[in-house]
Design a binder for this molecule. Structure first.
Ligand code: FES
Length: 138
């Protein structure tokens, strides 16, 4: 009896830099622009309004679940580079816990001072109970 060929046989896969069971997560998918997506967590790990610090290909990312959607934004605020983790999620935005700057989760746009520069956002795909992020151009 022969087995199905494994499409990943002999291919070195990228590794998500996330502690825990996802350390050896395989390449998740490639979109039409050939952006690489990396599995970083299971959807069950992130409750509504939950946040998770992710390191992927040298990028520090804050993964958030808000109003049923998953968002990946820069981990650090553009005002004074403090962590956005722990900031309140409300109306599609995250509020920096330090000085109150507010950023839109979907595109990183500044919605309230004292920050004046947008923060980076990353493409997110949810598939089969997993969350994958691309650090390519967004
Ligand atoms: S560090 Fe975020 S508002 Fe100042």
């Amino acid at each position: 009896m022969s087995r199905e060929p494994d499409p990943f046989d002999g291919i070195k896969l990228p590794v998500a830099q996330v502690p825990g069971v996802w350390l050896n997560a395989p390449l998740f998918a490639m979109d039409q622009n050939m952006a690489e997506y990396h599995v970083v967590a299971a959807t069950s790990e992130l409750p509504e309004d939950g946040q998770m610090h992710v390191e992927l290909n040298g990028e520090e990312i804050l993964l958030c679940r808000h109003q049923g959607e998953f968002y990946a934004v820069a981990y650090y605020c553009s005002h004074e580079m403090y962590a956005l983790e722990g900031g309140m999620l409300s109306n599609g935005c995250i509020t920096c816990p330090y000085h109150g700057a507010e950023f839109k989760l979907s595109n990183g746009a500044v919605k309230a001072p004292p920050a004046w520069e947008d923060i980076r956002t990353y493409a997110v795909k949810v598939h089969d109970g997993t969350i994958a992020i691309s650090v390519g151009e967004d």
